[in-house]
Design a protein around this ligand. Structure first.
Ligand SMILES: [Zn+2]
Length: 113
């Protein structure tokens, strides 16, 4: 899919979602409504919108053993970190960072899809 078409489709989706109760979303939520593009392509466009100030991003760090959310960070960490997971009681090395995008001005951590 051409980059311009993809951007327009994502923009339409964002304009619609911004009027709803949804505050945050993952690239997979956009992916469902924009078939033909890869999740990676969608993520790259969403990241460019973060740079433009249209969106905000946080990184969710998931436990690789039990898939619980361990914490969120404002910055993507460039290296693995060792953390204790309170959910499954293991020391785990974390290198899986999932972006969650937010509309600026909407309350974070409410109605994430
Ligand atoms: Zn765990």
């Amino acid at each position: 899919m051409a980059d311009k078409d993809l951007r327009e489709k994502i923009d339409t989706w964002l304009n619609f979602k911004e009027k709803t109760a949804v505050a945050g979303f993952r690239p997979s939520a956009v992916h469902k409504t924009v078939p033909g593009a890869t999740e990676k392509e969608i993520e790259e466009i969403l990241m460019s919108l973060v740079i433009e100030g249209r969106l905000k991003v946080e990184w969710e760090i998931m436990c690789p053993e039990c898939f619980s959310l361990i914490r969120t960070t404002a910055q993507r960490l460039e290296q693995e970190i060792e953390e204790y997971c309170w959910h499954c009681g293991r020391e785990v090395w974390l290198d899986t960072f999932q972006p969650v995008f937010y509309f600026p001005g909407k309350k974070a951590r409410h109605g994430t899809i």
